[in-house]
Design a protein around this ligand. Structure first.
Ligand code: PBG
Length: 325
């Protein structure tokens, strides 16, 4: 008599069997690399809270874009850091604004090899650091911000961005941006809605990456970390407004939301492994407390397993290179 009857270990007995039985796969094309470009610097600057990530010059940005394309990364998400900021974020829709200039340069360099994308958010361009314009009482004015987003979207599309990442968390922004683009003939510009974007502690290092001036917090527009159903609602609204892709952000603390959203929509679902998630693993690895490569790949696999088709991650180029070994 052979005992036990069920032997799940049979599926794990050798590398060849495990490879054949694997449910979830990671590929370079499923990774998107966020890149920061800063106006008015002649040398790239390290971001101390994100070891290995830099604020690029236009030249070093182009080089990083080429390197990412060479290892097969699926896309780049560009963020601009302007020198001058004002109340309405004028640099955002100025064709000579840093993000739009950088987009043109990167599209010219690698636009055929991967999908060049831009962060559609006012916070890097406003002097108060909020993702919208302020009303007289200091609150973020939703509908006035939509007009700014429509203008910003047109500037980004004209600069050649193929996919706009709507990360402002304003109500109705997907519809407003879609309409503005379609009216100008940009019917093929893809819209990625940061649908379930939570207000939390994991964006800390990003603030350094973009020299953020934020006063206060984003809790009147980004979501309460306690709410999962509301994340699904936001994703469904964005799909109804015309989003081509929806996203959950951050990733690891919100895998339940990711799985719920995946089950609720029929568009691609992406996840953003944000700055704080990056810095935690980097810090632990730098202390010798964790195996860096193992932890990075396991975190990416976990995000894929929970339902993400594609992941924005600061490790995109490095992980892509590992995956090709
Ligand atoms: C908005 C934006 C933010 C991030 C991506 N887009 C900042 C915020 O909403 O507070 C955070 C990304 C990260 O932490 O890696 N422009």
């Amino acid at each position: 008599m052979s005992f036990p009857t069920h032997r799940p270990r049979r599926l794990r007995q050798s590398p060849a069997v495990r490879r054949l039985m694997r449910e979830t796969h990671l590929a370079p094309s499923q990774l998107v690399l966020p890149l920061f470009v800063r106006e008015g610097i002649s040398e790239p600057r390290e971001i101390s809270s994100m070891p290995g990530v830099r604020q690029h010059t236009l030249d070093s940005l182009r080089a990083a874009a080429v390197a990412a394309a060479e290892v097969g990364v699926g896309g780049l998400m560009l963020f601009g850091v302007p020198v001058v900021r004002d109340a309405v974020g004028s640099g955002a829709d100025d064709p000579r604004g840093i993000l739009n200039v950088a987009t043109e340069a990167v599209v010219a360099e690698v636009g055929d090899a991967l999908v060049v994308q831009t962060d559609l958010c006012l916070d890097e361009f406003t002097d108060h650091g909020h993702c919208g314009v302020l009303a007289a009482d200091g609150t973020v004015d939703n509908d006035a911000s939509l007009e700014r987003y429509a203008a910003m979207a047109l500037a980004q599309a004209r600069a050649g961005s193929a996919l706009l990442g709507l990360s402002g968390m304003m109500d109705g922004q997907v519809a407003a941006v879609r309409r503005a683009l379609d009216d100008e003939g940009f019917t093929d510009t893809l819209l990625l809605a940061y649908s379930a974007k939570y207000a939390g502690a994991f964006y800390g290092p990003f603030r350094e990456a973009v020299d953020s001036q934020l006063q206060g917090d984003r809790r009147t527009y980004q979501m309460d970390p306690a709410n999962a159903r509301e994340g699904v609602k936001e994703a469904l609204l964005d799909v109804a407004e015309g989003a081509d892709v929806v996203m959950v952000k951050p990733a690891l603390p919100y895998l339940d939301v990711l799985a719920d959203v995946r089950a609720s929509v029929d568009v691609p679902v992406w996840a953003y492994q944000v700055s704080g998630e990056y810095s935690m693993i980097e810090a632990a690895a730098a202390n010798g407390w964790i195996d860096r490569r193992g932890a990075v790949l396991e975190s990416l696999l976990g995000i894929r397993r929970a339902g993400a088709d594609t992941i924005l991650t600061y490790w995109a180029a490095e992980a892509a290179a590992w995956l090709r070994e």
